[in-house]
Design a protein around this ligand. Sequence first.
Ligand SMILES: [Zn+2]
Length: 435
Amino acid sequence: MSKAIGVDLGGTKTIVVLIDEYGRILKKKKYATPQTKREILEMLVKGIKEVKGKEKVVGIGLGLAGFLDSERGIMRFSPNIPAINNTNFKAFLKKHFKEKLVFENDANAFALAEYAAGYKKQYKNVVGITLGTGIGGGIIVDGMLLKGKGCAAELGHMIVDHSSGKRCDCGNIGCFEELADGKALLRTAHKLGLNLQNNIELAELAKRGNRKAIRAIKEIAEYLAIGLVNIINIFDPDAIVIGGGLANIDLLLNEAKRRLKKYRKVRADTKILKAKLGDNAPAIGAALLALEDFLRMRKTPNIAVDAIIEYYEGKEFKGIVLVERKFEPKGWALPGGLVEYNETLEKAVQREALEETGLRIKAIKQFRAYSDPKRDARGHTISVVFTAKATGNLNAGSDAASAKVFDPKKLPKKLCFDHKRIISDWLKKRERPQR
Ligand SMILES: [Zn+2]
């Protein structure tokens, strides 16, 4: 089974996971994100190497927070991790890893992982948002990640209240994340006179009934509701999945849902759901992208059918039918060709025989399969060879220049592919006394 590495480079911590094709975590490590660009890059190399160990992986995916050029692997602008601005991650990591590298915005990776982990079966259109330090977004439309020119779904930078005067790191005023992220919540609590270190303490206080804590959460919930209704009005998704640290504050989500009703008069059926994968989602999503990329590119052998057609005139065996190929490689060969998608082998061999010889073959029986990777110079092709019987007029079809009956012991000198061997195997079997 194929495996991949996923990395979620966060502002305070970095998660590295090894996953299998089902998105299951086989190994995970957590690191404190250092301050400088050089230290961050060194940590990434160390982390990936530690988690990878001796495993063979098909790719390495990185989830990065900010405006990312995902094709080139360059972070253009990261409001929450300024140290990585203008960093060419791809160029650096390529020196250390030979595996395929893929890059994606961390919130896109989050949305993809949550979607793949459970919502895929029920929904086609899902929006994921991460509520933490900053607000990230990822949009799945018809099962595909919406990419835009590379930076789609920066939902945190929707302007939800210009009159607030709150300047965002992106340069705008009144961005969603400036008003509804973890920093905004803590700032609101401080403004109300609460002396707190973090939002976990705030959530605890609110649970115990502290009125100021509850008020702070409700203020943020109002902005959250405005952001959600904008998303619903634009995308009309089946569901919005909310993750990140603030998603654990039940009061915040419930209050936002309640307030959403007053803004959402028409579209009332979008589900607001809590993320399932916790902290691991962006790293899993990044790894899934690396896997997906690999699976899409994975080569499989072609499947072909060939027919040894015993040709009869009345009851008299006349020989076997060969066709002269019109296309490269030119020469004589058994009638046959590639199996089409949604076609059985039997149907394929009947179709090919009819197309190339004009014969309706009968008494079709599977003979043997030939799978030598070198048997067809155009690419690895496995052929399932059939024996069959036919009578009637021979008509060379579209792919064949001519079709003729040959005495199997007086074949043309050269046959294409391994067809000489196939016919010789068949003759040996045919002449062997029946047991
Ligand atoms: Zn902004």
